[in-house]
Design a protein around this ligand. Structure first.
Ligand code: G6P
Length: 489
């Protein structure tokens, strides 16, 4: 891009996601305290120097008054963030309802909620209406801030209706959409009452991205079977218009994790943890407390392992960090009580007056404490029932340069396709198999651990989040140039 004064400026990237990468806490009528949360997407985009990214999304708080809205908008602008204000009713129907009670479980093969199985039920329809309304509200904000030449990158299952809304505003807008969850088999997707509308809207984008080839293939076959469209190696074609569909496996900012290990505050944590668990092998689980993460199945497998291996009972500890999430959705509340019940039983059975085998924490840890935990772990358990990618597995590998611990990884996580050769792959539903893998991992000879770790470490440090973001955006730019050339021919 050439500016009028001859200076070249960077291409602007409008990143649209349900949630902004900040947590906002109101301090007074017109003041807000903001904290940036450095998740995968933020670090990915910080590392891409060719673009100037701006974020558009929900700030995660209800702001009923205009004074509050204006003050928050101003504060966010300093962080290059632009808010979409959603009221409580919309959040309830769109976020808790359609996104997290319908699409999220369905895309992770957990099916539709029973009472919503019929498209005619009021709640399904009203939640879908709220979903479309919310997506339209995101589109309004994007449209207001869009300038010619910008690239708009929409993220995740919350915003499947957005590409169509955007193209209705401006058919020339460059629109990409990326799904962070699995896209399920077309046999699953076709149970969704609004299956066709969502597919059609996503196809309005210029480029559609997934973490793995399997998800891209499932999406294409859903378009063929449900919409009768032709899938080609490049994407999906509808009346001469090609929507490019491809796999872009996300990564992490591995340098940030590796670098953190040298920091004094991380070293202090490491020392404390080593003292606390001296003489015991440390096993670790880090998950959001979500049904897709398979936490009950994981701790049942640990129970089975302790049951069958009495000699290990006082020599191993499992630390399970379960970060509360979507706490207004009833399924998540049920899961919390279920997990607490199993944890209590296991510690009751195998604990002693001075030690318990399972530490379960219902909260998140700060970045430094987390890095230290990863570093002292002997065996990490990532046993999601389904997972788009799962970056905990990558973070663990990045922090294991010295220890070279073992990763037990679900074959149903996207990460199994990249870290499969180094990890011990398991079927998380098979408690007996996972228990046996725990035993194998704890007894694994050093040379096998080193070989497996080396494989995964090389992958994680070369397939980074920065590379992922840069590849997606440059592919989106190329897709548009190719489409222009095709129409000129
Ligand atoms: C998954 C989704 C993200 C979402 C995150 C946290 O990783 O793919 O889009 O932001 O979970 O969930 P939450 O509902 O708290 O935003």
């Amino acid at each position: 891009r050439e500016k009028q004064d001859g200076r070249t400026s960077k291409q602007r990237l409008l990143v649209v996601a349900n949630r902004l990468p900040v947590s906002a806490v109101r301090q007074g009528e017109d003041s807000w305290q903001l904290e940036i949360s450095v998740g995968g997407l933020v670090s990915a985009l910080l590392g891409v120097k060719e673009f100037e990214a701006r974020w558009i999304g929900w700030a995660g708080v209800n702001v009923p008054d205009d004074v509050g809205k204006r003050a928050l908008t101003k504060a966010l602008a300093e962080k290059r963030c632009i808010p979409v204000f959603l009221d409580e009713e919309i959040v309830h129907q769109y976020y808790n309802g359609y996104c997290n009670n319908i699409l999220w479980p369905l895309f992770h093969y957990l099916g539709l909620p029973q009472e919503d199985r019929l498209a005619t039920t009021r709640s399904f329809q009203s939640q879908f209406d709220a979903y479309k309304k919310a997506n339209q509200m995101f589109a309004d904000v994007v449209n207001k801030h869009y300038e010619d030449g910008d690239v708009v990158w929409c993220h995740d299952y919350h915003l499947m209706f957005l590409p169509q809304c955007l193209k209705e505003y401006n058919s020339k807008m460059k629109v990409g959409w990326f799904l962070h969850t699995p896209f399920p088999s077309s046999e699953i997707h076709r149970t969704l009452p609004s299956r066709s509308e969502l597919l059609r809207s996503v196809l309005a984008a210029d480029l559609v991205g997934f973490h793995t080839y399997d998800y891209a293939r499932h999406f294409e076959s859903a378009c063929t079977r449900i919409l009768g469209l032709e899938g080609t190696p490049e994407g999906v074609e509808d009346q001469g218009k090609l929507t490019r569909v491809a796999a872009f496996p996300i990564g992490i900012d591995s340098d940030r994790f590796i670098g953190a290990l040298e920091l004094p505050q991380v070293q202090d944590h490491i020392r404390e943890l080593k003292q606390r668990f001296a003489g015991r092998k440390v096993m670790l689980g880090v998950d959001r407390l979500d049904m897709i993460k398979g936490i009950p199945q994981k701790i049942l497998a640990f129970e089975k392992f302790l049951e069958e291996n009495p000699n290990w009972r006082d020599k191993v500890v499992l630390l399970q960090i379960a970060v509360p999430t979507r706490t207004d959705v009833p399924e998540y509340q049920k899961l919390t009580s279920q997990v607490h019940e199993i944890v209590g039983r296991i510690n009751g059975r195998f604990g002693t007056l001075t030690a318990v085998p399972l530490h379960h924490l219902d909260r998140s840890l700060d970045f430094y404490a987390l890095c230290a935990l990863y570093a002292v772990t002997d065996v990490a358990l990532v046993t999601s029932l389904r997972d788009g990618m799962n970056l905990v597995s990558y973070e663990f590998v990045a922090c294991q340069a010295y220890k070279k611990g073992v990763l037990i990884l679900s074959e149903f996580a996207g990460a199994a396709q990249s870290l499969g050769a180094g990890a011990l792959l398991v079927n998380p539903w098979n408690v007996i198999e996972v228990a046996a893998s725990i035993g194998y991992a704890l007894n694994m000879p050093a040379n096998e651990r080193e070989k497996r770790h080396h494989h995964n470490f090389m992958y994680v440090t070369t397939h980074t989040s920065q590379e992922w973001a840069a590849t997606f955006v440059s592919e989106l730019n190329d897709t548009i140039v190719e489409a222009q050339l095709r129409t000129r021919q």
